[in-house]
Design a protein around this ligand. Structure first.
Ligand code: HGY
Ligand code: MN
Ligand code: MN
Length: 400
């Protein structure tokens, strides 16, 4: 472990869940993400950490005895479909490197300390972002978790049991709820640092955002023999709704995304009987998100009525505007230097989910492309080392 660097650890896992185009698909508790979990456990064990996988599917690697007032760090191992190499894993490997450096320097934490790999941060499998941190912090109840159906159709309880976890033991995590803090390092998802010419920044806030599902139903029929006036094609109001979402974003200066659509039964020569779209909407303030989504929903209803179709909207998740803990942020600023940039972000994170329960903070590592959730996500080896070293300095200060 003496020669561990963030880059070499990332290289260790670079073939796991890699797609032919160089992007990554690593979904919670499916084989590729399980391989990452096994890799994480092996490396943490090599560091002499003690592994606990909780019933919320989070993995804890403890330095010393688990207990209250713990200093926690880590991130997530799962990805979005076609994601980048850094979103999540950079935080996990940087935490391992920071621990290796502290151990090498003979640091002995004065508080319990753990590196945590949180479950399904992207929500790509169970459609609930920050699933593991929501469960651990009590933001999502066991009953609601049991209702979640994975994208492949598997009910969450079955997926838990298949992974050797007891879904009936899902519960808020007392040790987490009584932790001293959680510090997460993450690749920046944007160009703030690239434009400022700094390798590392401190996060100030996460902008509010939510996810909605709109299910349109119509009348399946023959593509060749059904005259246009006789059609009830649900794909047409989907198209109008997507354009309305883009128009609302341009008007309101926020962001709306429809990155996922499903059409049933999905035949080229078949008028669809049903069409579902998922909307991701984010803005500076929650009121704008609410107003924009209501606008889009109104347009969708008018568009559905025009085609003799029906539409049902369901909010799948909501993340309020989160401001990170001032005291912790200032303490980190002292460690890293007053000139360290401070940036807000439009991306959600486990540290934001946990922020309502315990003091949390984030460090961002420069991403020259600014791109994320795609194969172009990037960070130089030097900046990854600068990030791991910054995390080491911050954690060493916190465990004194
Ligand atoms: O979607 C997000 O903002 C984060 O990357 N999970
Ligand atoms: Mn992400
Ligand atoms: Mn992430």
């Amino acid at each position: 472990m003496t020669t561990w660097t963030a880059a070499t650890l990332l290289n260790d896992i670079s073939e796991i869940g890699r797609n032919p185009d160089g992007s990554y698909s690593r979904f919670c508790l499916l084989p590729d993400e399980v391989a990452l979990r096994e890799w994480f456990v092996a490396k943490a064990t090599e560091l002499g950490l003690t592994i606990v996988t909780d019933m919320n599917a989070n993995i804890w690697a403890w330095w010393g005895i688990p207990g209250p007032m713990a200093v926690l760090t880590g991130s997530h191992l799962d990805s979005v479909p076609g994601g980048g190499a850094y979103d999540g894993p950079l935080g996990v490997v940087s935490s391992l490197v920071a621990v290796a450096k502290m151990k090498q320097a003979g640091v002995t934490p004065s508080k319990p300390f753990a590196v945590v790999a949180m479950a399904d941060e992207e929500g790509a499998r169970f459609a609930m972002p920050c699933l593991g941190s929501r469960l651990a912090s009590g933001k999502l109840t066991k009953a609601d978790a049991h209702k979640l159906i994975a994208r492949d159709g598997q009910p969450l309880p079955d997926a838990w049991r298949e992974a050797g976890l007891d879904p009936d033991l899902i519960a808020p995590d007392d040790v987490l709820l009584h932790a001293f803090c959680f510090v997460e390092l993450h690749v920046e998802q944007g160009r703030g640092l690239a434009d400022l010419g700094y390798p590392v920044a401190i996060a100030t806030a996460v902008r509010p955002h939510g996810r909605w599902r709109a299910e349109f139903t119509g009348q399946g029929n023959h593509a060749g023999t059904t005259l246009i006036p006789d059609r009830h094609d649900p794909v047409v109001p989907v198209a109008e709704t997507i354009l309305a979402a883009r128009g609302a974003a341009e008007r309101e200066g926020c962001v709306t995304t429809v990155g996922r659509i499903s059409v049933e039964p999905g035949g080229t020569n078949v008028i669809a009987s049903a069409a579902t779209m998922w909307l991701d909407c984010r803005a500076e303030d929650p009121e704008t998100v609410t107003r924009v989504v209501e606008d889009i929903q109104k347009t969708s209803q008018e568009a559905a009525d025009k085609q003799g179709c029906r539409v049902v909207w369901t909010r799948e998740s909501w993340t309020n505007r989160t401001v990170f803990d001032d005291g912790l942020r200032n303490r980190i600023l002292q460690v890293l230097g007053e000139d360290t940039p401070q940036l807000s972000t439009g991306a959600g994170h486990d540290a934001a989910t946990l922020a309502t329960a315990i003091p949390t903070a984030m460090l961002f590592v420069r991403n020259p492309t600014g791109a994320s959730h795609c194969r172009d996500e990037s960070a130089s080896d030097e900046d990854c080392e600068a990030g791991a070293e910054a995390l080491r300095a911050v954690l060493e200060e916190l465990v004194r």
